[in-house]
Ligand binder design. Structure first.
Ligand SMILES: Nc1ncnc2c1ncn2[C@@H]1O[C@H](COP(=O)(O)OP(=O)(O)OP(=O)(O)O)[C@@H](O)[C@H]1O
Ligand SMILES: [Mg+2]
Length: 202
């Protein structure tokens, strides 16, 4: 994207994130859940959201399927469209972090470069990458939406783990194998990591 100044744009400054964080009593963060379809991103996002809300934390979820139904309804699943999907999503997460919210982002985000781009947009100090490492066999067995069956039947081209690649994170802040750990344990571990990030020191 070209320089804003070259396009006669003047991005303006508004209240600092820190001022909003004082109002909310928390520091902002983006928890990025990555993993194969069926790894548990939506299930964990929903449970983590409830756990945070019960603790009085201001948070929200960005889920791939929801974003693709609206803001990103014009995008498909080619490599370029997946990159654009995540570019937009990471800017939305960044804006929500600027507003002081904890963002739970649930996206397959199969390519390392795209996740690194998201980390750069959100800001490394706010980005918490969480790899839901359930192996493809476990995800295929769960197949909660019947997508693996359809991909195997050739109905879904470029389906991650079947006909499109998934590059596992090499340095995620947290790895949760949801084929071994129960939902409660996954959420408890996430809360421990998050609390250290979002608590404002006395
Ligand atoms: N520890 C766990 N964490 C999360 N989900 C689990 C766990 N154990 C079992 N499951 C089950 O695995 C399935 C995960 O499905 P879910 O829709 O959350 O996956 P997803 O990663 O959001 O997939 P998609 O990319 O297709 O949206 C659910 O049926 C859930 O009940
Ligand atoms: Mg999901």
């Amino acid at each position: 994207m070209s320089d804003p100044a070259e396009r006669n744009l003047t991005p303006e400054a508004y209240a600092a994130q820190a001022q909003r964080e004082r109002v909310l009593g928390q520091r902002a963060a983006t928890v990025w859940l990555t993993g194969l379809s069926g790894a548990g991103k939506t299930t964990i996002a929903r449970a983590l959201e409830q756990a945070l809300l019960h603790e009085g934390r201001a948070c929200t979820v960005l889920d791939g399927d929801n974003l693709r139904a609206g803001l990103n309804a014009d995008l498909g699943f080619s490599a370029a469209e997946r990159a654009e999907n995540l570019r937009r999503v990471s800017h939305v997460a960044s804006l929500m972090n600027d507003a002081g919210l904890i963002v739970i982002a649930a996206f397959i985000a199969p390519l390392r470069a795209a996740r690194e781009a998201a980390r750069a947009v959100v800001g490394a100090e706010r980005f918490v990458e969480v790899y839901l490492s359930a192996p493809v066999e476990a995800c295929r067995e769960r197949d909660p939406k019947g997508l693996y069956a359809r991909a195997d039947a050739g109905e879904l081209p470029e389906f991650t783990g079947v006909s499109a690649p998934y590059e596992a994170p090499e340095a995620a802040e947290l790895v949760l194998d949801t084929s071994v750990l129960g939902l409660g344990e996954c959420v408890a571990r996430l809360l421990r990591v998050l609390e250290a990030r979002v608590a404002i020191p006395e």
